[in-house]
Design a protein around this ligand. Structure first.
Ligand SMILES: Cc1cc2nc3c(=O)[nH]c(=O)nc-3n(C[C@H](O)[C@H](O)[C@H](O)COP(=O)(O)O)c2cc1C
Length: 182
């Protein structure tokens, strides 16, 4: 496959992932480095994709350890697997705090039920100590926009495993890549 076709197919698959809960790319593994320098990974829901700017939108609770860690080190790797295709995406996380323009827009699009998930105790806090705070749940709601700079595509096929690395400029432009051995 040509590199521009791989590029196009990958971003279409990610768009489908954001729309379809049954699609493998709906739940992504997001890896970051914590404040002790240790790798951390967790499952997160892909909420939206901007294929022009090469960003992935992910929602989180600003009280979570990952939010604090990403404030110090923005580097992330996002891993997804769907229909024999692995995508390993390197990028940086742009944090949009509660009530910022990006977060306020995303908040409005959430169902009341999802909004309520931000009303509980802080992620990782002891359930015996904190069962939830009584404040406005929107105060806890943050948006991560992950800007992808490198896409590592790996497709398994019985006799033709394939892999390619695609690079993007900061403005999202595809600046080329190469096929590599899987
Ligand atoms: C299926 C599934 C989807 C999840 N989606 C999200 C998500 O979209 N955002 C989020 O912050 N945490 C999500 N979580 C919880 C995280 O995996 C993680 O446990 C939590 O955010 C705390 O992570 P941290 O300690 O690294 O900050 C999800 C967990 C599961 C099992």
């Amino acid at each position: 496959m040509r590199l521009d076709e791989i590029d196009n197919d990958c971003w279409t698959a990610l768009e489908n992932g954001a729309k379809e809960p049954e699609c493998g790319f709906h739940f992504l593994t997001v890896a970051s480095v914590d404040q002790q320098g240790k790798p951390q990974a967790r499952t997160m829901v892909l909420r939206d994709v901007d294929r022009v700017n090469r960003t992935l939108e992910i929602h989180t609770d600003m009280r979570s350890p990952k939010w604090r860690a990403l404030g110090v080190n923005q580097d992330v790797t996002v891993l997804g697997y769907c229909n024999k295709i692995q995508l390993r995406l390197q990028g940086t996380a742009e944090l949009h705090a509660a009530h910022s323009e990006v977060a306020a827009n995303a908040w409005q699009r959430l169902s009341p039920r999802t909004q309520q998930t931000y009303a509980g105790g802080a992620p990782g806090s002891d359930t015996a100590i904190s069962s939830g705070d009584k404040g406005d749940p929107e105060n806890n709601f943050g948006v991560m926009l992950i800007r992808i700079s490198l896409l590592d595509w790996c497709q398994l096929a019985r006799e033709n495993n394939q892999r390619a690395l695609l690079h993007y400029r900061a403005d999202g432009a595809f600046i080329g890549g190469k096929e590599v051995n899987p």
